[in-house]
Design a protein around this ligand. Sequence first.
Ligand code: AMP
Length: 426
Amino acid sequence: MIQLIRGFKDILPGEVELWQHIEKTARSLFEDFGFKEIRIPILEHAELFARSIGEDTDIVEKEMYTFPDKKRGLITLRPEATASVVRAYIQHTLYAKDPIQKFYTIGPMFRRERPQKGRYRQFYQINAEVFGIDSPLIDAQLIFMIMTFFSRLSVTGLEAHINSLGCHKCRRNFKDALSVFLSAASEKLCTDCKRRSLRNPLRVLDCKVPSCKEAMVEAPSILDYLCPECTMHFNAVKDALKKFNIPFVIDRLLVRGLDYYTRTTFEIQTGSLGAQNAVAGGGRYDTLVKTLGGPDQPAIGFAIGFDRLVEITDLKSADFVRKPDIFLAALGEKSMSIAFEWFCAFGVDGIKAELDLNGRSLKSQMKRADKLGAGYVLIVGKKELEEGSVILRNMTTKEQTAIPIDNIVEKIKKIIDHELHGYIKR
Ligand code: AMP
């Protein structure tokens, strides 16, 4: 039997309802915060990611699914969303109408990482990006929005980690100090990091190899190299977080694995996922729009790991499964043909109905209705039809009522709207 690829997964009915609920919650909250949805392609030119994420990163060096397209050079299954959103902002000159734009997007990402709990090769992210705002208030507001989102989804035990990576000015001095440190620690570094410490020393800070992690504990902190403007910006982010009552930890090693970050970076971490403890991460990328050929506009964004969120929420998919409002139990051919018409009419009217098209006995149909958790059963028998009525059984109270069949769909819709949905639709 052909199985799915390692690191990929199916999201089955029974699980998917929780995913749908999370997605609905994200859309509603993000839109209340002024974000608009943007949908971007899953395939992009490989160069887009190499230029934005950076050649020396784990993602670009090792993890991208890149392959040659017939005539278009190398194309890549997107490993993240920011680069594509920035490309769209530039390509469609969205900044011309208004440089301030707020987008969100939800969808699959692909990275060829070693699969384990909380780490997949196709995983889902909920992303948000803000363009054209330099103010540190937006940095804090994004973290506030993520925390509100998690609390709406019954996720607790989170910790916000923040850092500042400064601007190019502060980074120059920091890189020099880091290089000196790395050359002294070179013995303890993996082969990749030995190479990176020469080409892109910052990337050594996010190496996942344990000996490198250990070696970096004593590394110099970028926070000691921030210029006055970046220090002020970071202080303002911290002040705003305090105003929002969001506890945070300053994490001076948090550089977040991608080259494009500047100033504020953050990660939301959980204690309940083992090694894969980040459920969301993001930061500023004030120079990326310009680097990719757009105007000089600051930007900031984040990605929430959907799969990890599903693993840590207290909500259960079963609570979001919609059970049939009504089960039509038809007995005999004539009844079946009439019940089938009603079955379709219920669907059109927004009533979730089920009909056993296999024409089994009343007993087995009732059993099925019970198993599916139907609110009502409508018994459509030969005798009932001859008498011009059908029997409606309330599956909770077990009460049975005979209802004349004229305008039956309408009548039942009224009862269901009233009894099950708690209101009468007009
Ligand atoms: P990143 O784009 O690396 O900043 O990741 C943002 C968030 O996406 C992380 O905090 C994780 O929650 C999630 N994430 C990243 N990589 C994976 C993966 N391979 N499998 C599952 N979730 C992931």
